[in-house]
Design a protein around this ligand. Structure first.
Ligand SMILES: [Zn+2]
Length: 373
């Protein structure tokens, strides 16, 4: 495929072996005389990336390998509403601590950059956070400016939902190359992956699934509009609706009571139907192969929210007679935010195209990206 001679390939493979980026899989028997070829595969631990995701009350950090699996990870809680400078100090400590925790020989593969997952929106030019909900002190702040003077490692900032979509793409890249990622929680965000590249829009605000209108003249949303998905069917909306019925506003308690309290079950089912409506609209717009829904809170209520989405999206999407749409949970577990943020480093420093599909378009495009070498 490359047009290189066998000898050149051997020299290159020898260097990659030395650097620990590939490993031998043993001799592969083949009919005829001569030496059997030795199989080689990419070694997951050959390159590691670090990512940190900022939640409203904790930082999740992880070093992940090329398969998207955390090698080490840790969550650090902090008081809500803390000064951004202090929070970034915690990021620096966490990076230092987890870097020491990576043992040889994998520590040799650590990429010199960190990914930082942040609540959106992020100004694509200044990299400053624009009015992030629930992060009162972060308005207009460029987090990169808050790192200490001695900090030299490059920092790649990314909206958490887009980062999670990248993490999903990195872990399941042989499965879907076109999919929609929906983060469901107190807020609702999204990411769109097309041909294994994320689509961010010109202002970096693409896939604000939470602000897709689903109810005409519905509940007032923080964005100024009415009837947005987030105002009608998020964790916050569910708590508000339950509270209005005198059922309390503690989400964990509501989830626990849902099996025996039909009014809570109906609130959750309605949220699922509205989520299905917004996702069906997005699938019809973007013609994606899969919808992946993630988020810690989603796991808690998936029994109510997932069935309406599974019933509606694959059945009613305009493409269903051509190719079915898959709906599923995110494959990323507890460390989803950190894995997503770390995947941003891979996305910036490594070509993400499938390496064994020769395509002139992809090859040309990759010349314009930074590569590992
Ligand atoms: Zn809105």
């Amino acid at each position: 495929m490359t047009g290189l001679s066998g000898q050149s390939v051997s020299v290159i493979i020898g260097r990659l072996l030395e650097q620990g980026l590939v490993e031998e899989t043993g001799a592969e028997p083949r009919p005829g005389v001569g030496r059997h070829p030795i199989g080689v595969k990419i070694r997951s631990g050959g390159a590691l990336a670090f990512g940190c995701n900022l939640e409203r009350d904790r930082i999740d950090g992880a070093w992940i390998d090329l398969s998207g699996t955390p090698v080490v990870n840790e969550s650090v809680p902090f008081p809500q509403g803390e000064e951004p400078q202090r929070t970034i100090q915690r990021v620096e400590y966490l990076f230092a601590r987890l870097s020491k925790a990576v043992s040889p020989p994998d520590d040799a593969g650590k990429l010199p950059a960190i990914g930082l997952g942040l609540p959106g929106p992020i100004d694509p030019v200044s990299q400053a956070l624009v009015n992030p909900p629930n992060f009162p002190h972060w308005e207009g702040v460029d987090p990169r400016m808050l790192f200490s003077e001695s900090w030299t490692t490059p920092i790649f900032c990314e909206n958490s939902a887009t980062a999670a979509a990248l993490g999903e793409a990195w872990q399941s890249r042989t499965e879907f190359s076109n999919f929609l990622y929906c983060h469901w929680g107190v807020g609702i965000g999204g990411g769109l992956v097309i041909d294994l590249e994320t689509y961010r829009g010109t202002s970096g605000n693409a896939l604000e699934l939470g602000h897709v209108p689903v109810v005409v003249d519905g509940a007032q949303c923080g964005c100024g509009a009415r009837g947005c998905l987030e105002a009608e069917a998020s964790v916050a909306a569910i708590c508000r609706q339950a509270s209005e019925l005198g059922l309390g506003d503690d989400f964990d308690l509501l989830v626990a009571l849902a099996p025996s309290e039909p009014r809570i079950a109906e609130i959750l089912s309605r949220a699922g139907r509205l989520l299905a409506q917004a996702l069906l609209g997005a699938v019809n717009l973007f013609d994606v192969d899969a919808v992946v829904i993630g988020g810690h809170h989603f796991q808690q209520v998936a029994d109510w929210l997932l069935p309406p989405v599974e019933a509606v999206v694959p059945e009613l999407a305009m493409r269903h007679n051509v190719r079915p749409v898959t709906v599923r949970h995110s494959m990323l577990g507890e460390a989803a935010g950190a894995v997503g943020a770390a995947s941003v480093v891979f996305d910036k420093l490594l070509p993400t195209s499938p390496p064994f599909v020769p395509s002139p378009t992809r090859a040309r495009a990759s010349h314009h990206r930074d590569t590992l070498g």
